[in-house]
Ligand binder design. Sequence first.
Ligand code: CU
Length: 397
Amino acid sequence: MPAGPAAAAVQSGIGGMPVLRGNRFNLRLDRICITKSGTETWANAINGIVPGPVLNWREGDVVTINVTNNLPEMTGMHWHGIILPNDMDGVPGLEFPGIMPGETFTYRFPVMQSGTCWYHSHMGYQEQKGVYSALVIDPAGVPLIQAERDYVVLLSDWMDGSPLVVQNDLKHMPDYYSFNRRTVGIFLSDVEQSGLKATAKERWNWANMRMDPSGLQEPTGEAFTYLMNGLTAAQNWTGLFRPGERVRLRFINTSAQSAYDVSVPGLTMDVVHVHGNDVVPVPVDQFRINVAETYDVIVQPRDDRAYTIFAELHPQRLLARHAGAAAGLASARAALRCGADARHGRHGHDDDAGRGCRLQPGPHSDGRHHAVHARGHGRGEETADRLPGEARPAGGD
Ligand SMILES: [Cu+2]
């Protein structure tokens, strides 16, 4: 098991992320059938997988990325947080015309930074349906942050159906996904506890904002399956370590809308890198990660046992309702592991439009079924360069 400095490798643990490295990349977008929540549905995949492969760049290189669009609609790949020429930024209609079905667009730019970033489609809801992954950029010089293990921890909120259906629901009825609204009974008990004046004022404040305290972050589990590195809590992403090692965890929130409170009970996290910038280490027990944010932390598990990485949906604590997502870290025999998914029971969607999977051949299909049935993670067609990880499952010595 290579255990060099952090910058040397993004190791894939059990269920880890496939990595492509170098300075030339070919990414192809396809519509595929996939099973994330347990029901087969459609996804937009990068090189056959969701999330796509991690791209490992090196500061100082000029990278060339050919993006081939085999989706039935226009796309554009955006390099989130990357300093680059404007016409390489990938937002269709703003910085370039977009990549039409069947076309390949070549991105080419110098890499002028290092650290943790991510990339995603900047077209419609393509990102939410699978077009996203991590960028890990090795520094040109000696890395400031030293670690024996290095894992990407990508958080996302997967949706089986079409995000357009959800958007439509919300436009017609803003509280469509609000299942825990306060009742007259709660009002009366609040009055009993806090008095009429304070309770009325509190209600008035919310009404004045035209908001509902139970609707801060919706939809939640009824629409989403929360994923860590593309896996559900039950699938339990696991990263290995040996007791005493410094383990770098690169948290990236690629969710469409969910914020999480991240913690690893039993371990202090030293935040060492934020939104692509090295920082003076800040020890925390927990941090909140919002959409599109990245936080790299160092943990140093000393016990030979499994630790769980929790990424709890942010309003969970606040409102004591839907729990959030995510997975874990394991020792070479024990592990960092997936925490509670605790999906709120699925409230049936009357209109199931957008679910299920029926594939149309894309512009590059030659009649054969190019689509990859990528169940779970990492069984794509073109996932080159899978990094060595510990072969043995956690605990299976
Ligand atoms: Cu972005």
